[in-house]
Design a protein around this ligand. Sequence first.
Ligand SMILES: [Zn+2]
Length: 455
Amino acid sequence: MITKLKAKKVQYTNPIFNQMTGEEIKEYQFKLLKKQLKYAYRNSVFYKARFDEIGVRPEDIKTFDDYYKLPVFINKTIERETQKESMERYGHPFGLHLCSSPDEVVFTGTTSGTSGNPTFTYTFTEPDINFLNRYIAHMLDYGGIQAGERLLFSHSLGIYATSSILWGIRSHGVLPIDVDVRAGSKMILEYAKMTKPTAAMMTPSLAEHLIDKAPEQIGMEVGELGLQAIFTVGEIGVGVPEIKKKIEEAYGCRIYDYLGELGFSCDSDEYHGIHCVAPDLSLFPNDLIDPETKQPIEIYDGVVGELIATEFNLKALPRIRYSSGDIVQVFTNECPGCGFTGKRVKFIGRSDDMLIIKGANVYPSAIKRVISNFIPEITGELRIVLNNPPPRVVPPLLVKLEHGGITDSKKLEDLEKRIKSALHNEVRVTPHIIWCEPGTLEKALTKTPIFEANY
Ligand SMILES: [Zn+2]
């Protein structure tokens, strides 16, 4: 355990915000919002059509409340359709919401496309890239990584969104050692051994996987690689205390969770969420809607809602009232770990996974997170058994869990009690647990299904 009395305070990337009150930041953001709406209206066929459809013009938006009341403009499905249309009409794949000329695009990155065709959501002009780079540099600097050092970068490379981070790493004077994750753990570890990076970027599950692989594949423990910081993205792993602790202890360094340029978690033993350091890049996380009614909800400490994204200052494909389907919890109080005074966010789940039990919204990933705290007494594999189509579930919620090889029925009973009480306290669900032998719930190579549908 890396024990520190108080974590180094996270600052906003743009230092002007460090002197501002929350109200002043809001005013500043409103100016950026107005500017961006006008820009998008003038320069994109798609955004102009969305405004015209509802009979609103950007200059009619006088307050944030006016803005939050607007319907969602775009989501993944609409994005795919508009990409098809722009290809047919103009011969480019970026969609009719493109606000720049396609000739000005210097980077395009897709999401990995787990469902449907990939979307080119991360499409940037050169000024966009230069603007975004400062957020990555700021995060590396916070993690103690300086110019002249090397960083092991192991994601899917090329057309994927994460590759845009490489520009930010280089802009900070740090050399990325970019080994495509598809090359496999042996090659990743060999390059780490050869080049002695001080930092690494990868998913938490890869960081975990390498802990087991290093001794047999390169003859050393990951702790001997000399990493001083690991930056992870894309999974909730770091939010699970057991996983954060396991990775930090094995590597002997801090793990930082980050969300692209929008923010990162602080240098604290406990996980306190993504610190939102970029009020000049995005409205994130101020625009939340109720995942069921789609009505705007007010922000207060601990509120949970579906995220609507709006980006400022970007020229190519700024997201405007973009629904990603992510459900987040927002914290507005000062970070207990580092004292950051801005907002913090924890990811709770996806709106398409949401269940409704006795009128309360329940997210499978929240259940998974609570359950992960009981590893190794359980394996961590679980299935939620649905006897009727979601989201409504008639209680009790049925959860299949693999125990970790417990043969004593008294011990299993005791474990069940503790798991139920943790789920009751943290997710307000008291499930019926169906115990399974370890290794009996099938594990998919890509994305293991969380639901078992019996309808
Ligand atoms: Zn903090």
